[in-house]
Design a protein around this ligand. Structure first.
Ligand SMILES: [Ca+2]
Ligand SMILES: [Ca+2]
Length: 487
């Protein structure tokens, strides 16, 4: 077969591209707006890939409406990623509630706060079930054992849900109690009480993958930080960490963190077999509120606490989203509020990238001109909803924006984070393996066409050509003949 010279020329040309001239994929993109401002809504990934966003506060009323976000579709009107469709409404408007996907595919929405008309309801002890097949919410006839807001809900391997701590506006007290929701009975029953003397709210909870029982199921839930109210004027951020033992239903103290942290987040770092606790508000030696820059690792088996890498920006009431490559995204939060009055929220986002011993934070919103500086999300916000997708995207919903000077906006905006592809990870699944090398071979012989982003990470020797040399290099890394590509 004789190829036309122009065809050969065109074909070669298509393999040559300037990596430097490729438009950098923006880390954050605006998506469709929601139907209401939603401060502290719930956001839940459903089995069909859509996201249920429910409740929140719009600045006037506590929102009862809910919406479904389809991350797989482009809005034809705006070209923005993702579209919203209506679904049923909550029977009670609520924010600072919890949402838990149950094993049967329905969602438990529990507790929270209803602030309008102010004082009429306050913290809630009611719960509702959302059924995706009907798009309806139904109220559970059983009440929770206590009204709770800013508590945690953790689905256990046995299908039950552990609801722990929180704040009850009706008594003005932080809660040490915990309860279990059993989907088989639709009832709530009290379980062990936390060791924190006055309880806690604004903590984080994490089902630990280790230790496991004889069936291989995890047996411990870690509860870290938060804040206690020990008297009318006595609010204290907490250092303490507790473990809930699922088989016995009891709490024990694991130990004390290096820093007190109100509204921190915790992530399991598989590469290190440790928990990383990030951010939160602490106090300095004079009792003044500060943003906690140092992070810390907790080894729940050795029961040790050790310093982690510092955040670039202090933050609390941010969101944490694990990414498929083992890194962790933290986005937004109260920030300058921690050491200024009246303070403000941050539009920055950071990504923790683990190494074999520790790890480091990089800006997840790098400035294209200077990656050591943040470019910012579309809006600063705290107490937004966040859902991580399998493909490395994270969707952020609503939240409350507080600008320097105190202007407050209850946000209806949605934005999408797309994790940068790693060098050599052509198919974007988070790892460099043989399939990536095969893709480059196929692209070289024109069986497949790569997107500009894929072509950029395929050029692993950075000679601005994508060819067999890159495929060979990727395959050598994939089969561990060569060391991994640098991050
Ligand atoms: Ca890959
Ligand atoms: Ca190359």
């Amino acid at each position: 077969m004789k190829l036309h010279p122009l065809l050969i020329c065109g074909s070669l040309f298509s393999l040559i591209f300037s990596a430097a001239s490729l438009p950098a994929t923006a880390a954050w993109q605006s998506a469709a707006d929601m139907s209401a401002g939603r401060y502290a809504p719930t956001a839940t990934l459903l089995p069909d890939g859509k996201i249920l966003v429910a409740g929140g506060f719009d600045g006037t009323t506590t929102v009862a409406s809910a919406q479904l976000f389809d991350p797989g579709s482009l809005d034809p009107a705006t070209g923005r990623p993702g579209t919203f469709s209506p679904t049923g409404s909550l029977l009670t408007g609520r924010n600072f509630a919890t949402a838990t996907l149950l094993d049967n595919g329905t969602v438990l929405i529990a507790g929270g706060y209803n602030e309008a008309p102010i004082g009429s309801l306050g913290s809630l002890d009611t719960a509702e079930i959302y059924t995706p097949s009907t798009g309806k919410f139904t109220r559970l006839s059983a009440r929770m054992t206590s009204p709770r807001e800013l508590f945690t809900a953790t689905k256990l391997p046995n299908g039950k849900v552990l609801l722990a701590g929180g704040f009850n506006t009706r008594t003005g007290r932080t809660l040490a109690t915990a309860e279990l929701y059993d989907p088989a009975t639709g009832r709530f029953t009290a379980t062990g009480t936390m060791k924190a003397a006055y309880g806690r709210f604004g903590h984080d909870a994490l089902l630990l993958p280790t230790p496991v029982d004889a069936s291989g199921n995890p047996t411990k839930v870690m509860i870290a930080g938060g804040k206690e109210r020990s008297g009318p004027q006595a609010w204290f951020p907490l250092r303490s960490v507790e473990l809930y033992d699922i088989p016995t239903g009891t709490f024990t103290t694991l130990g004390q963190m290096l820093n007190a942290r109100d509204r921190p987040t915790a992530a399991w770092i598989a590469a290190l077999k440790k928990v990383l606790v990030i951010g939160g508000q602490g106090t300095d030696a004079n009792g003044k509120s500060i943003g906690v820059l140092p992070t810390e690792f907790i080894d729940p088996v050795a029961r040790t606490f050790s310093p982690g890498p510092p955040l670039h920006k202090g933050r609390m009431a941010h969101t944490l989203s694990p990414l498929p490559d083992g890194s962790v995204l933290v986005a937004g939060g109260w920030s300058d509020s921690l050491d200024a009055t009246p303070g403000s929220t941050t539009d920055t986002a950071e990504r923790f990238i683990p190494t074999s011993q520790s790890g480091a934070f990089v800006w997840a919103d790098p400035n294209p001109q200077d990656a050591t500086q943040p470019a910012g999300m579309k809006a600063s916000r705290h107490d937004q909803g966040a859902v991580a997708l399998q493909d490395g995207r994270v969707i952020i919903f609503g939240g409350k924006q507080v600008e320097t000077g105190g202007a407050i906006t209850y946000l209806a905006g949605t934005e999408v984070y797309t994790a940068p592809r790693r060098l050599g990870d052509v198919n974007g699944d988070g790892s460099v393996d043989v399939s990536d090398g095969v893709l480059v071979v196929q692209a070289t012989v024109k069986i497949v066409t790569l997107t500009p982003e894929q072509a950029q990470v395929a050029d692993v020797n950075k000679d601005k050509l994508m060819n067999v040399a890159d495929a060979v290099k990727i395959l050598r890394v994939a089969v561990k003949l060569d060391p991994p590509f640098p991050e």
